[in-house]
Design a protein around this ligand. Structure first.
Ligand SMILES: [Zn+2]
Length: 449
């Protein structure tokens, strides 16, 4: 059997991705199957190379064994979608030839309005098939979906609810098409993925049928949600792997925690987890992150770890920043001990962030900051100063008050300048910290209701 994980290099490998990765890894270990890593990089993304490297790093750190990837090619490469465009071209032509697709020349605006109108009327947001009869020879390519009848499978629905998905646009496949073609050509036998893909299942089955492919066995797993039981796509989503590392949680604990969610009990590692694993036995309710449980597992892991000082600190800040941090703190110190005390901004303790009372302005400010920080391409002092200057002006705050509001992000007042601390702590960790601070305010307002 062959399984795959197929992350997109978007920068953050969040817990949902890792959860699904761990299920795949346990399945492979139990049934002696091969696990393939395919990078779904057909969408232009920022920092693509960097993000791909991070995917490998994270898998390496949580010790997920990959059998085939760009680094370890097997017989079914390339393993990056951006290198497979010629393959998709061949199959999209085939799809048109067998009548499974048609050209659409509707504007994005038209389709958008159409879908919004459908939603307002309580219907599924689907394309209306306007171009079906036109027989255009250029444009986007959409999937031809039966007009009547019902799809019956793991997900039962009327075909009229299924969108005529765009499969090809701007000389490239969209996710749905590339994904199905790759699973076939890479001989994937089982697809284990999140339940959020369930509504797309009829489309995937249809593409498989048109192209004469053998459909893999699909398993849809519950989703990881935040405390409000929303899909993990809101604020806590920012706390991806590196966000948790920045909070002082070690990779081993993250793996153990995810295993405990999958098999329902605490297990030492993946090889032990196979004993309790049954793909059909995974409960279908959504799962929410229990930070307290994760910390308890972390505590057990820490008590058993044999530390080496270097790797311990590089868990928290980048290697190249260590010397810079020490000399920065040394410049402000009278005695050696001061250096350690000043370095406390690295060891931000989220447990100390209790329910925070925040005025509406502060709350708004932190939310706006979060948006700006996420957008920032180059995490530099001058860029950060610009953001802060503009926002303080926008909210009518003087820069001093403004900086006071930011103090908790760097762990309270100390002699280190805000910007030095920001650069060393880094973008991912600052985003995590702001998210957690906002979340505490959020919990408080929730409890008051
Ligand atoms: Zn059209």
């Amino acid at each position: 059997m062959r399984l795959r994980i197929a992350p997109s290099p978007t920068g953050i490998l969040h817990l949902g991705n890792l959860y699904s990765t761990v299920i795949n890894a346990i399945f492979c270990s139990k049934y002696n199957s091969r696990l393939i890593l395919r990078i779904e990089d057909t969408d232009p993304q920022r920092n693509k190379t960097h993000a791909i490297r991070e995917i490998y790093n994270v898998l390496d750190k949580i010790k997920i064994n990959i059998d085939e990837s760009s680094k370890k090619p097997g017989l079914y490469g390339p393993y990056k979608q951006s290198e497979r465009i010629h393959i998709y071209k061949f199959y999209i032509k085939k799809l048109l030839k067998v009548g499974g697709g048609f050209f659409c020349r509707c504007s994005f605006k038209r389709v958008n309005i159409l879908k919004k109108m459908n939603l307002a009327l309580g219907d599924s947001p689907t394309y209306d098939g306007k171009c079906l009869s036109h027989k255009y020879l250029t444009g986007k390519i959409r999937l031809k979906v039966p007009k009547t009848g019902t799809y019956i499978g793991d997900y039962k629905t009327n075909w009229s609810n299924i969108d005529m998905q765009v499969l090809w646009s701007n000389s490239k496949p969209t996710f749905h098409f590339a994904n199905v073609v790759d699973d076939q050509l890479m001989k994937i036998s089982h697809v284990i993925r999140g339940r959020d893909w369930l509504p797309s299942l009829p489309k995937h089955i249809l593409i498989n049928t048109y192209l004469g492919f053998k459909t893999p066995r699909y398993h849809h797993m519950p989703l990881i949600c935040d405390k409000k039981r929303l899909k993990l796509s809101k604020r806590l989503n920012n706390i991806g792997f590196y966000g948790l590392i920045g909070l002082g949680i070690i990779p081993e604990a993250i793996l153990k925690y995810l295993i405990s969610i999958v098999v329902g009990v605490d297990m030492k590692d993946i090889s032990e987890a196979v004993l309790n694993f049954n793909i059909g036995g995974i409960k279908q309710q959504n799962i929410y992150i229990d930070l307290k449980k994760l910390i308890l597992i972390n505590k057990v892991c820490l008590s058993r770890i044999i530390f080496d000082v270097n790797s311990f600190i590089t868990n928290l800040i980048k290697k190249e920043c260590i010397n810079k941090t020490i000399s920065l703190c040394a410049r402000k110190s009278l005695i050696l001990h001061d250096i350690y005390k000043l370095m406390s901004f690295i060891f931000w303790d989220y447990k100390l962030i209790k329910m925070i009372f925040m005025s509406n302005t502060e709350y708004l400010l932190l939310n706006l900051l979060l948006i700006e920080y996420k957008k920032l391409d180059n995490w530099s002092k001058s860029n950060l100063q610009n953001i802060h200057k503009n926002l303080s002006k926008y909210l009518g705050l003087n820069i001093r008050t403004f900086c006071t509001i930011l103090t908790p992000i760097i762990g309270g007042r100390n002699n280190i300048s805000l910007y030095d601390a920001y650069i060393i702590i880094g973008q991912t960790n600052i985003i995590t910290r702001v998210s957690i601070i906002l979340d505490k305010r959020f919990s408080q307002s929730n409890q008051n209701i």
